[in-house]
Design a protein around this ligand. Structure first.
Ligand SMILES: Cc1ncc(COP(=O)(O)O)c(C=O)c1O
Length: 512
């Protein structure tokens, strides 16, 4: 995993500038404050300026009790359950029946309780989160307007409101299509997002004569996705011909189309099936052409009906399509890759999200091969066979003998690391941090941390690698013969090496 803190900085600055511009150009009367939702990528640093945000009504009593005990006046906010519903994949927790936040009735009760305790001045922030990957600015504006109305109502009821926190949801365009109909794309950029938010808050507040609040957002994936690239080695693999057999053998069930046709047509069909089973594409095409021609001749002679001719035309199309599919699938190679899908791209497996993946070198050479990726795990789902734009394979290069071939997976900086588990005992990858520098290369590696070793992942699964090591060593010594070319030291260091090394493939020279 290569992390680029400068890209992270650039994303933060770009988001800040987008809001600054939207605020200045519209004469909005307050400012923007970004907040980082640490759950998206735990690698980021925290600065504390604490507002306690209620997710549930019952939490209020706890805050009141504790603040009395600690003699502090808390700054309180709450998350509102908006009625606006996000229709995409990530919208299932939004809307009236959504999982999080306070309903209108609960909001009213919270305000009343704080008022009765003389603590309404503590209520300062309104939060909501429409859902991740908000597809369009129209949906965004709808949700923000609803929230701005709640904000103005809170002001009217006497709360000391200062901040509207619009949550996350700023989407990124994983597949480059700029589409609001896709779960992996959005139809807007940072500028349009900021403009829609500022415009909606301003319009509602101006209408209600309410002072413009500080606008706070908690964008996660839009900030951290771009900053890390997963680099992994690919090894040449096999082509697959399972699909060939499947596609062509489906011809065998079409016998019914031949009812009442001449013996010549039946003979063509038998030949067609035999060649299909043997996977002989050219011969298949030859027999179906012959069959079609024979049927046309018989039709012209008046010995074949129009329905039968139409049936044979249909069969012709099916065969041509099956042959094309077979040829396509035969030309797709499986590249074995030195990573785990479950650890490094869990959303690919879990929610079928696609990420940009491409070779990171030989980019001046046209890729001549189509490939799918098969990971190191022994799990049959450990493969990447869906790519951007609905492609079922990736243009890749032929791997030359003795040459390394590396691929990069991009835009995975949000959620993937935190989600990834230890499935099949593969832990996270080693992490390298690369920053711009004034040196001759223009960049510097500022830190490099190895991923967990086999011993580490065994320990994480409650095994005892030290005990396992000692037991294995003891058993190996018991069987070590006097005349063996192996020494006790070699056995010990070989075993230690197994426990201390990464579960991923490593080249022999770097093992020492
Ligand atoms: C409350 C809240 N804020 C912010 C975020 C970050 O969302 P995103 O990564 O879509 O920007 C989430 C994600 O689920 C969230 O639940």
């Amino acid at each position: 995993m290569v992390r680029f803190p400068d890209i992270l900085k650039n994303r933060l600055e770009s988001l800040q500038s987008a809001f600054d511009y939207a605020i200045q150009s519209r004469g909005y009367g307050s400012h923007y404050q970004g907040v980082y939702p640490v759950k998206c990528n735990q690698d980021q640093k925290l600065a504390l300026n604490t507002v306690i945000v209620l997710e549930q009504e019952e939490e209020l009593d706890m805050i009141i009790d504790l603040s009395k005990k600690l003699c502090i006046r808390p700054v309180i906010g709450f998350r509102a359950k908006l009625r606006t519903k996000h229709s995409g994949h990530f919208g299932s927790t939004s809307g009236e029946k959504g999982k999080f936040g306070l309903t209108t009735a609960q909001i009213v009760r919270v305000v009343k309780k704080l008022q009765s305790l003389g603590m309404l001045d503590c209520l300062q922030l309104l939060h909501f989160h429409i859902g991740s990957m908000i597809p369009s600015t129209s949906l965004l504006a709808d949700g923000v307007s609803e929230a701005a109305q709640i904000y103005c109502e809170l002001v009217r009821m006497g709360a000391n409101m200062r901040v509207i926190d619009i949550g996350g949801g700023l989407g990124i365009d994983y597949n480059g299509s700029k589409s609001s109909d896709s779960d992996v794309s959005v139809g807007y950029g940072l500028e349009e997002y900021a403009a829609a938010v500022v415009e909606a808050v301003q319009r509602v507040c101006d209408k209600r004569s309410v002072k413009h609040p500080v606008i706070c957002s908690e964008s996660g994936r839009a900030i951290v996705s771009h900053q890390s690239v997963l680099v992994f080695e690919a090894f040449g693999g096999n082509s697959s011909n399972a699909a060939t057999t499947n596609a062509l053998s489906s011809l065998l069930g079409l016998q019914y189309l031949l009812e009442g046709l001449s013996e010549g047509v039946h003979a063509d069909y038998r030949n067609l099936c035999a060649t299909a089973i043997r996977g002989e594409h050219d011969a298949c095409l030859l027999y179906i052409e012959e069959m079609k021609k024979r049927c046309l001749d018989e039709f012209k002679e008046g010995s074949l009906g129009m329905e039968e001719l139409a049936g044979i035309d249909g069969l012709y199309d099916v065969v041509r399509k099956a042959v094309a599919t077979a040829e396509e699938s035969e030309s797709v190679r499986t590249y074995h890759v030195n990573m785990s899908v479950f650890t490094s791209i869990p959303d690919f497996w879990g929610i079928q999200q696609v990420f940009p993946i491409l070779p990171i070198h030989r980019l001046d050479e046209k890729p001549a091969v189509k490939g799918v990726l098969s990971d190191l795990t022994c799990d049959s789902d450990g493969k990447v066979d869906r790519f951007i734009n609905g492609e079922s394979s990736l243009p890749l290069h032929e791997i030359g003998d003795g040459h390394k071939y590396y691929l990069g997976m991009f835009l995975g900086g949000a959620y993937q690391e935190a989600l990834g588990g230890l499935h099949n005992l593969f832990g996270g990858p080693s992490v390298v941090r690369v920053s711009q520098s004034d040196g001759p290369q223009g960049f510097a590696v500022t830190s490099a941390v190895s991923g967990p070793s086999c011993g580490d992942v065994l320990r994480a699964m409650q095994h005892q690698p030290e005990l396992m090591f000692e037991t294995l060593k003891h058993r190996a010594f018991e069987h070590l013969r006097e005349d063996s070319f192996l020494t006790a030291e070699a056995v010990t260091s070989g075993l230690a090496h197994t426990f201390n090394n990464t579960p991923y493939l490593v080249v022999a020279s770097s093992q020492s």
